[in-house]
Design a protein around this ligand. Structure first.
Ligand SMILES: Cc1cc2nc3c(=O)[nH]c(=O)nc-3n(C[C@H](O)[C@H](O)[C@H](O)COP(=O)(O)O)c2cc1C
Length: 441
């Protein structure tokens, strides 16, 4: 569906707004709400399409998220229109397949200051924030900002911004970091204030918006440095929608898996897929462990990942043991899962199933190892999960790189057995990590 122009009526007047539905209107899609800058105020919403996110959304062939942009009148400020913004937001949530836990506020200039204003007043409403060429208003108090510790923020700024000078930007950043907000920064040293096109057409930002995870009680997910959002935003929900998956989508994921690297290019991975509702579905789902059986009914397809344990090396005629078959199959699973994420689908690996029964169900020969089942589906309604799973439906954190990386020697002091004091070594490794991990970039 294309971009639509409407008027929002309120007792205080009418505000033009633009909205667009995500391509295909899939269940549980994100909604990105644009807060425009001061010069785009008025009664001509076409202005909002001239640059930045508005331009990107109006020109994109595919739209992986819903889009909403209100326009406020000249001589007024965003803070004057809080009721209208929230009312329109609620109306859009009610009309489309918007996931209430996947709403992103995205600003430019004065609209970015408004992002801080609204998000700090309603932290539970937003899953992520985008702040482009904006100032952190002094009126936003620390308590309000501290409530955003689970809300990832991506800040874009130009080093030659004449309206929000670099010194102001650095001071704002220091304040956010001191409060523990998860902030990622893209800094354009030579750019002025008008960076909305560069920022909002950044493919990594667009992947971030498209794949923004749900706001859950778990940790905020944000990469240190420049790792692509693709890796960070992949997560494994159990709340899926039961949507049927077509062959084109499923084979896109399998195609990505096929291109994984493997020892001697042996390509030991094999896949057996079973779609929900197909003849083998009922039997395969009975092989799941009890807890996995609870959420399986809303899975679109289960893919059994096998690895061949023998390999005929080039120039030889007899098979020999493939020493890295499971490792290689793991790479294929990662490709599969990441491609699913790019395509707007989700996966969850399942080791909890009866492998021997699955071997006989599919008559898998002995020289193939059953690795995992991959559950594929689209995000669904968390409220439909049984209570014991609902409380576990949360984003998982990751250990810091400082725990995981050493240069030139084995040095992982935080792997000490539980109960062993690690305080001193923890400080040491965190300091060492500073050379590996930038908080900005
Ligand atoms: C090899 C493997 C086996 C897993 N088995 C199960 C399983 O049987 N049931 C389940 O609910 N989750 C299972 N998981 C999901 C993990 O718990 C999950 O990936 C992990 O907690 C990290 O969370 P994330 O994927 O959301 O980042 C498995 C994951 C992997 C990689």
């Amino acid at each position: 569906m294309s971009l639509q122009r409407h008027l929002h009526s309120s007792p205080r007047g009418e505000l033009p707004y633009l909205r667009a539905v995500a391509s295909g209107n899939p269940p549980s899609s994100p909604l990105v709400v644009l807060l425009h800058g001061a010069r785009d105020r008025g009664r001509d919403p076409e202005k909002l399409l001239a640059h930045g996110l508005g331009r990107h959304v109006s020109q994109a062939a595919e739209r992986p998220y819903h889009f909403l942009a209100l326009q406020i009148p000249e001589e007024t400020a965003w803070a004057d229109w809080e009721d209208e913004l929230l009312a329109r937001l609620d109306a859009v949530i009610a009309e489309a397949n918007v996931d209430k836990q996947r709403i992103v506020l995205a600003g430019f200039s004065a609209g970015s200051a408004a992002v801080w204003h609204f998000a700090s007043r309603h932290p539970e409403r937003f899953a992520a924030l985008v702040v482009v060429a904006g100032r952190l208003p002094e009126t936003v108090i620390d308590d309000g900002l501290a409530a955003l510790k689970r809300t990832p923020v991506w800040v874009f700024h130009g080093g030659r911004d004449e309206r929000v000078p670099e010194s102001q930007f650095r001071a704002d950043l220091a304040r956010l970091q001191a409060l523990g907000l998860p902030v990622r920064v893209t800094f354009y040293p030579d750019a002025d204030h008008f960076i909305s096109d560069a920022a909002y057409s950044d493919p990594a930002l667009q992947r971030w918006l498209a794949s923004v995870p749900r706001r859950t009680p778990g940790a905020a997910r944000l990469a240190h440095g420049d790792a692509d959002p693709l890796f960070v935003n992949r997560w494994s929900p159990r709340a899926l929608s039961g949507e049927a998956i077509d062959d084109a989508t499923l084979f896109r994921l399998l195609e990505a898996a096929r291109w994984a690297p493997s020892a001697s290019n042996s390509q030991p991975w094999r896949f057996i897929y079973v779609k929900n509702g197909s003849p083998q579905w009922a039997e395969l789902s009975t092989l799941l462990s009890d807890s996995n059986r609870l959420w399986a009914p809303k899975v679109s397809a289960l893919v059994l990942l096998l690895s061949r344990t023998t390999f005929v090396r080039p120039g030889e005629s007899d098979p020999s043991p493939a020493r890295n078959h499971s490792f290689d199959a793991g790479a294929a699973w990662a490709h599969f899962a990441l491609q699913a994420n790019l395509a707007g689908w989700h996966t969850r690996a399942i080791a909890g199933f009866d492998k021997e029964a699955a071997r006989s169900l599919f008559e898998v020969p002995e020289d193939y190892k059953l690795e995992i089942l991959i559950a594929v589906g689209q995000l669904g309604d968390e409220a439909e999960l049984p209570p014991q799973l609902r409380e576990r439906e949360t984003l998982t954190p990751r250990r810091p790189l400082a725990d995981l990386v050493a240069e030139g020697r084995f040095f992982f002091p935080n792997d000490a057995a539980p109960g062993t004091p690690v305080g001193a070594s923890r400080g040491q490794t965190a300091a060492a990590a500073g050379t590996l991990v930038g908080t900005t970039g």
